[in-house]
Design a protein around this ligand. Sequence first.
Ligand SMILES: *Cc1c(COP(=O)(O)O)cnc(C)c1O
Ligand code: SF4
Length: 359
Amino acid sequence: MRHRVTRLDELESLVRLSDSERAGVVGRSPQFSFAATPYYVSLFGGPACPVRRQAIPVRDELVQLHTDLRDPLAEEEHSPVEILSHRYPDRALLYVTHNCPVYCRHCTRQRKVGDAASAPGSSELAAAIDYLHRTPSIRDVLISGGDPLSLSDSRLAAICRQLRAVPSVEILRLCTRNPVTLPQRITSQLVDALRIYHPIYVNTHFNHPRECTPEAALALDRLADAGFAVGNQMVLLRGINDDAATVIELNRWLLRHRCRPYYMFQCDPVGGTAHLRTSIARGLEILDRLRGTFSGLGIPAFAVDLPGGGGKVTLTPDRLVSEHEGRYVFRDHRGREFTYHEPPEVVQAEKFASHDDPR
Ligand SMILES: *Cc1c(COP(=O)(O)O)cnc(C)c1O
Ligand code: SF4
């Protein structure tokens, strides 16, 4: 973390920048920092490299569409206390730091990541814990940020301990990109300090097979060995990972390291990311290619987080060709058609149910 590359001259001594990248590093919004770990920089290829494009700003980052938003998921409106977002009845998201090893150029929270002054202190944490005590419907707490693993082992353990002291909290989720951006952070000391607070789910964020290094594999193996249930939330990015072959290669590697693909996200409409966003149709096409040809364990849900704060919706490719009187015609992954027949009494019961339905 201390050796992160944050300045243009440091970056230029390591990477031969394109004009567009130089313009991006210099002209980017001052609110959204640039930083990358030496490890992540070591994965960079040329300017089109899928790892490099996630980390180095380019000139296009200065573009703002009139439909772009600062807080696309309206997280601030759903914050009953400063460092907690509560959108769904049973889950809440806790922001414990705004620091990250790498500032991903597609980050949804770029309005606040990198701002050291906005790091929550112990009184904010106490207010969040108090809210959890008062809101027993919350059973699942996401420890997020920024990247929570930017905190020390002892600080993280203290947060987990306070969360575990809330009787209604059943599971903890640690949302971290460290296995991708700083895998050396996943030490045996770290996993030993946290595993006593199980069940802890870890959600990480691999986007491309070029991030799948021996160091990253060791980080995932260590987490799984210590009993963490590890999942991956990728973000579809144009020209980086928005094709089925790349997603399959990535997800096969993740499964080999006991990390289950959980979400494939449509990139949120946050300002400065238009050049990284791909179409929703493309996401559906990728899923359609996966289903039937690739292990179901490796198929994530395709999610769009609704701009304005509606929460996540998931989309699936339409395999239903027609439906009439309990006769459902589907197409398989090769385009052949197959029929499923419902029993007549089920069809009848459905008919009455829909007649009775006052809607
Ligand atoms: C995404 C999100 C969650 C977790 O949603 P899951 O679908 O359970 O993974 C919880 N709270 C907020 C505010 C979120 O944005
Ligand atoms: S690690 Fe997560 S919070 Fe940090 S910049 Fe990347 S996407 Fe944003």
